[in-house]
Design a protein around this ligand. Sequence first.
Ligand SMILES: [Zn+2]
Length: 103
Amino acid sequence: MSISEAKKITDRLEGIDRCASCDAEIIWAKSVTGKSMPVDPEPIEGGNIVLVRNDSDEPPTARYEGPARQAYLKKLAERRRDVSKLFVSHFTSCPDAEKWRKG
Ligand SMILES: [Zn+2]
């Protein structure tokens, strides 16, 4: 087994995968309607998704938050001197997103 293969398996275990299009690291989550969706693994300023961990080995649930809730979570995080755990869908951040939409 090559090093890169070993790394791949470690990444898998942590729930990290790579975008087939731009090779960026992504986490697979499930939308509230149960569809698989790629999410960027790092929370960012201006994110609009909260990842809700599930008990089992199921991927986390990605829940979209409206502007009011985003602001609330940001304030909460600031109070804890933390960054708000708001993520963004890789469909939004992928440089090849156009290709995704075309299918
Ligand atoms: Zn991508």
